[in-house]
Design a protein around this ligand. Sequence first.
Ligand SMILES: NC(=O)c1ccc[n+]([C@@H]2O[C@H](COP(=O)([O-])OP(=O)(O)OC[C@H]3O[C@@H](n4cnc5c(N)ncnc54)[C@H](O)[C@@H]3O)[C@@H](O)[C@H]2O)c1
Length: 364
Amino acid sequence: MTALRVAVIGHGKLGSIHARLLNDSEDFELTAVADPVVANRKLASDTFNVATTTDITELMSVFDCAIVATPTFLHHQVAKTLLENGKHVFVEKPITATLDEARELVALAEARGLILQVGHVVRFDHRFEAAKQFIRSPRLIECHRASGYTFRSMDVGVTLDLMIHDIDLVLSLVDSPVTAIQAVGTPVIGPHEDVAHARLTFENGALANLSASRASYQQVRNLQAAGSFGFVNVDFLKDSITTVGVGESLRQLDMDPVTATEAEKQDITARFFTELLPRNTLTPTPCNAIAEEHKDFLMAITSQSNPRVDGETGLKVLEIAKRISDLIQNEGSADQIGIGGPHFNSSGSLAERKSIHRSGVRGL
Ligand SMILES: NC(=O)c1ccc[n+]([C@@H]2O[C@H](COP(=O)([O-])OP(=O)(O)OC[C@H]3O[C@@H](n4cnc5c(N)ncnc54)[C@H](O)[C@@H]3O)[C@@H](O)[C@H]2O)c1
């Protein structure tokens, strides 16, 4: 099979990882990199000996598909241009900055028969894949994600930056519509919320609590799910996951805990996490989740099938993320909107800052 010619648009932190993995892959031929920053283009041409440009429309003839890893507010503009030129598009998460933009991309890809994939990479994480085999109709999900401030993705709040990963995971685990959302959050450093908590209630009664912070001294990436299947804990910073299943011995246990004798209680306690609720540590084989995303992109293009995270999915995830960030932004009084954290020193007037906050794009 001939390698698929691919371009990377935005050679920053994520884009350079995509470019390296695509360059290393036999399935792809990296033929173009676009970035307005000279140093980023130079790094790409020095590392990969690839054509570079500030304007991707100049190199449209040299690639068949593209990875969009620009700041979020540019996803729509860049992806739209690519789709209009007949290119399959993998756009980093979140799909776009606004719902209307996402809807337009989904409709455009559909109308042109092109693949539109969204970079919700944790779906391809080996720990999540292993946990998913175990989770059946979860009733309770807890997700915590925290890191320090990176000074990237400042055009969006932590909900669209980090929490969106967990929103995607939760929606992929719960097969029921979201019926209610509660959320609180606050800016700490930048103009948007840097800390956010949200609770999603689903029609089937399931509940998901999500917390995300990019103002944390600690790095945390954790998912826990519980239901009649048992309990699972995924620590994404380690290479193992813990499962607690409901054992056959527990199902067959014929004992009333209220009237149980002391000896019976001791016997149960001794067998608790071995037989009754057997606890296991799984060590799934590590893989590079971004390389797995690329394989899925390739498969979708070559077989004209849906990628695991298609544009429609990215849109649904963004809908929930937007409802959360809207709740957070509307929670404060009018005067608080757009002021940002105590260290956010905007030179604009309050009116300007409000408009910056609402558009989500500084300096436009
Ligand atoms: N999947 C993940 O886990 C994950 C992690 C981090 C970031 N992201 C997403 O990836 C995207 C990029 O994030 P990042 O952290 O790499 O940011 P970054 O700031 O490091 O990189 C963005 C790059 O885009 C370039 N750029 C700006 N305007 C451009 C244009 N018009 N055309 C081409 N390039 C342009 C910038 O010069 C920069 O090099 C964001 O949407 C972000 O949400 C995803």
